[in-house]
Design a protein around this ligand. Sequence first.
Ligand code: SAM
Ligand code: SF4
Length: 325
Amino acid sequence: MIDKRHRGIEYLRISVTDRCNLRCAYCMPEEGISCLTHDEILTFEEIITICKSAAKLGISKIKLTGGEPLVRKNFIELVRKIKAISGIEEITLTTNGLLLENQLEQLVEAGISRINISLDTLDRARYKEITRVDGLDTVLQAISKAAQHPKVQIKVNSLIAKDFNENEILGLAELAKNEPISIRFIEVMPIGLGRALKTISKNEMIEILEMHYGKLKPYNEKLGNGPAKYYEIAGFAGKIGFISAVSECFCEACNRIRLTANGYLKLCLHSTKGLDLKKLLREGMSQDELTKVMAEAIASKPEKHHFGEASGSYIEDKIMSQIGG
Ligand code: SAM
Ligand code: SF4
């Protein structure tokens, strides 16, 4: 559907859990986090009902995320059910990759066509420092296995921040050299624990890459549903992408809405504005009524994020694993 600012909204990111098997320093505290209870989290039936209304409103693409989506019990069954909804054309997944290798075949068979795997370092000790788990080898193995799967497209997402891992940019870019894997460098956003890190801009990252590889060539074909801008490096099998929400605001073309694990329809990552769909469903709202209130909410999607502002009653103050990344 089209919102009041003439943006076509066709993409829903669903957080299926706020739990995670990692504790990335910019996303979740190491200890003391209280996760949603079984009753608080949306059931599969509730997620499906919401997806059916979303599909009626023209949402055709679903991304499953979290927390870590692969820790949710019977996740593959959920993928299958969403895939069966009329109007849903594509289901994709964002994962830290730790549990991916064993589930890959079933995920693809259930309908996942693209997988984004998050990886911020290629150094084993640094991986453990960032995520608090010694899991680098497992993730690299999952990337390698997924890259060879004929029916799934892989992207690696690397959050880059100053004095955190900008020295890894060249090494991470090499992942796109021999395999048709796109690597996307993500500017850290001032959300949750990410506020403690310093953003390094897309232009600064390009400078680092160009010093080593020469001029990057813009790649203008569409690759996925997101705001990433892609470039080519001569001789590389995959593309190099940048998601630069901070240095190049792309809100004007934003095509997405989000559903949190506890059933809140979020109209913007950085805003608390939205609708408590779980409450409405548990009060007995019908599918048709749900579609109507979702249409009204989506139409009023906020104009843009407010990353530059320190505070405001509508500014999201939750951590990323609770919002759904
Ligand atoms: N657990 C899964 C994973 O790590 O891919 C899915 C959820 S995670 C929150 C999704 C993505 O959000 C990850 O790639 C992570 O690096 C990114 N992320 C978390 N906090 C961020 C921040 N403040 N700015 C930019 N990206 C962030
Ligand atoms: Fe977990 Fe993903 Fe957050 Fe890391 S970024 S703690 S893997 S939800």
